[in-house]
Ligand binder design. Structure first.
Ligand SMILES: [Zn+2]
Length: 242
């Protein structure tokens, strides 16, 4: 079995794209089905929604000349691994393609759910809502969600890529902090943990993009204050000498 750097395991390969599943997701699904007794179709619908969303990203990425090497499903959703360079505009299109695919699948399932009778119709309508919900969640304007990538692209046009990344990542960290505080009050510890993970992701992306480290900014600041104090002292002494 082929293990990726992220720990995910390749379970299939379609047109050169590896389909990988993270063992933690697999373990949770198996426990939920065999211990907690949740029906297996529920996990099938979940995985299907995430997979089709990522396929949307992958298709548009290929259309933009990027190479897609893998689609990964993990505990918090999915990710599409892509390589190459393309315009910022194309990257925004790739980001929008996921929610667009989810919305299309959701709409189609609603139509199908109206035609199907009984239990099949119910499951289909549940899947429709799930896909539409997944589209909406991913459009929230915070990194690492797709909406965050689109906001970054829009800001980059006005402020340049560096400031756009900095603003996107700081707002992502603030959103994660607010989510953590609200979840803490509500006792939703899983969401507190998700918030910690999102903070780490934003920090890692900050470092990866070569944005200034907070330590270095503080050191630069301190050096500037020292220089300023030195000037003031010199000014005082020269004033005293006059
Ligand atoms: Zn997405």
């Amino acid at each position: 079995m082929n293990r990726a750097r992220t720990g995910a395991v390749t379970i299939a390969r379609v047109r050169g794209v590896a389909l990988r599943v993270h063992p933690a997701l697999l373990a949770l699904a198996l426990l939920d089905i065999f211990v907690a007794g949740r029906p297996a179709w529920w996990w099938g619908v979940m995985a299907g929604a995430v997979l089709l969303h990522e396929v949307g990203h992958a298709l548009v990425a290929r259309g933009c000349g990027l190479r897609v090497s893998a689609i990964e499903l993990h505990l918090l959703g999915g990710r599409t691994e892509m390589w190459g360079t393309t315009s910022e505009q194309n990257l925004a299109a790739v980001a929008l393609a996921g929610p667009a695919a989810s919305a299309l699948v959701g709409g189609a399932l609603f139509g199908l759910g109206a035609l199907l009778p009984g239990g099949a119709g119910e499951v289909t309508r549940f899947a429709a809502w799930l896909n539409l919900g997944w589209a909406a969640v991913n459009l929230l304007p915070f990194y690492p969600l797709d909406g965050g990538h689109v906001v970054r692209y829009l800001l980059a046009g006005a402020l340049g890529p560096r400031d756009a990344s900095a603003i996107t990542l700081v707002s992502a960290a603030l959103a994660a902090a607010v989510m953590m505080a609200l979840s803490w009050r509500a006792g939703l510890w899983v969401l507190v943990a998700v918030g910690v993970y999102l903070l780490l992701l934003a920090y890692r992306e900050w470092v990866r993009q070569g944005l200034p480290s907070f330590g270095s900014a503080w050191r630069r600041d301190r050096a500037a204050r020292r220089r300023a104090r030195f000037h003031v002292v010199r000014g005082d002494s020269s004033a005293a000498g006059e």
